[in-house]
Design a protein around this ligand. Structure first.
Ligand SMILES: *Cc1c(COP(=O)(O)O)cnc(C)c1O
Ligand SMILES: [Zn+2]
Length: 401
């Protein structure tokens, strides 16, 4: 009971045709006929995982699943106190099977690929998409090809793509170039494209919204998350809207997107009142997962931010590192740099008075700490090397570092 519809011209497509953008160039989205839909799940805080919400997921076959979703939503009183808000929650998407939220999209996307009779899938990736796709392709018995920007993918992510058996190509160019290439590869060689341009992937990711309401039992004022290719913020907004249209909730949170200073086309467009972005030719940030200059879902994301009364904001790499350490050292939550952008953005918005003390805020942290060990090593002090002697050890730990 759904179609694929263009968000620009409204043209509808049969969801069983393999198509990623409209003839007019517009982005597509899955549109359910919500009135005629039978919903069997309850938002009772129980048994949360992606496929709990399958009545709102556009596939009919048995899912290719590795138990994705159901990630922890931590109440962060200590960090909230330090930053100056009372109700701060952090949803740790790094606790998904491959260590990022991409698994929510891939379980649906790979299932869809099989439903469509495809035997091979492809993506361009800053790392996590490839790790996740490789994992689900392995589980589903599909061939996987990934294009990575050479030298700009965190080590843990490359390792994952390799061990799950994907064909891994390092492109001499950045992510945006790799994405352009893989679109052509998918077209010409018949691979099913699993970048977030693929509307079915976003359907899986919208379950982040479902789980937040399911667990909290109410709608928070604000969701804060990092924005790279801008798929996730669009997906989560869609999830909240569907819950509202179905009568589960009566408001949606302010969608708040955080980018890195060196890669902030969405923030530029937001600030200049534009409905689409001007791409960056050479995006740069240590948060490699959001090192993207030409986010394909920007139009959807800008709409989500504006319609919900949210904001787009950028943070520096220094602010990202400092937030990453705060979250780790105050709450014991370990995330990769891109994820810490949401925490850095939160801090900035509180300082600017845009988020007030009694706002309920959920920060979505998108990927696990162990994805990018090299970054951690480079921003923390090295282990102290000592002789195997108790006095040496005493001396070493007393020099207050
Ligand atoms: C993919 C990713 C992002 C960016 O998400 P988009 O949907 O591309 O905006 C942010 N953080 C991490 C860890 C990611 O893997
Ligand atoms: Zn169109």
């Amino acid at each position: 009971m759904y179609t694929l519809a263009c968000i620009e011209c409204g043209k509808e497509y049969d969801p069983d045709t393999v198509i990623y953008t409209c003839e007019c160039g517009g982005l597509l989205e899955v549109r359910f006929d919500l009135d005629s839909l039978e919903i069997n799940f309850k938002l009772d805080g129980r048994g949360m995982k992606v496929w709990k919400y399958r009545d709102l997921l556009p596939v009919t076959t048995d899912p290719v699943t590795i138990n994705e979703g159901g990630t922890p939503l931590y109440r962060c009183e200590k960090l909230g106190k330090v930053y100056g808000i009372e109700n701060l929650f952090v949803k740790h998407e790094g606790m998904n099977p491959s260590g990022s939220f991409k698994d929510r999209g891939m379980t649906v996307g790979v299932t869809k690929a099989i439903e469509l009779g495809r035997t091979a899938v492809a993506c361009a990736s800053t790392g996590n998409t490839s790790a996740s796709m490789a994992m689900y392709a392995a589980k589903g018995g599909l061939v996987a090809v990934v294009l990575l920007p050479k030298g700009k993918v965190a080590m843990g992510k490359v390792a994952q793509a390799l061990i799950y058996g994907a064909k891994v190509l390092a492109i001499r160019g950045n992510f945006d170039i790799a994405l352009e290439l893989v679109r052509a590869v998918a077209d010409r060689l018949g691979f099913y494209l699993l970048n977030s341009l693929n509307p079915f992937r976003l359907e899986g990711q919208k379950t982040i919204a479902f789980e937040i309401v399911d667990e909290l039992g109410y709608v928070p004022e604000r969701i804060v998350l990092p924005v790279g290719n801008a798929g996730n913020i669009s997906a989560i907004y869609k999830g909240f809207n569907e819950l509202r249209e179905l009568g589960f909730i009566d408001s949606v949170p302010r969608m708040t997107g955080i980018q890195a200073e060196g890669a902030r086309p969405v923030v530029d467009a937001y600030e200049n009142g534009m409905s689409d972005i001007i791409p960056y030719g050479s995006p740069e940030t240590l948060a490699t997962a959001i090192r993207i200059g030409n986010p394909v879902n920007a139009v959807k994301a800008l709409k989500a931010i504006r319609e919900s009364g949210g904001v787009a904001l950028s943070v520096s790499d220094e602010e990202i590192i400092s937030a990453q350490k705060d979250l780790a050292r105050i709450e014991g939550i370990g995330v990769e740099p891109a994820s810490a952008a949401s925490i850095a953005g939160l801090k900035k918005l509180i300082e600017r008075g845009e988020i007030s003390r009694d706002d309920d805020v959920v920060c979505v942290v998108t990927g696990h700490l162990l994805k990018d060990p090299e970054e951690i090593i480079s921003v923390c002090d090295n282990p102290l090397e000592v002789d195997p002697d108790i006095n040496e050890i005493r001396r070493a730990i007393s020099t207050d570092k």
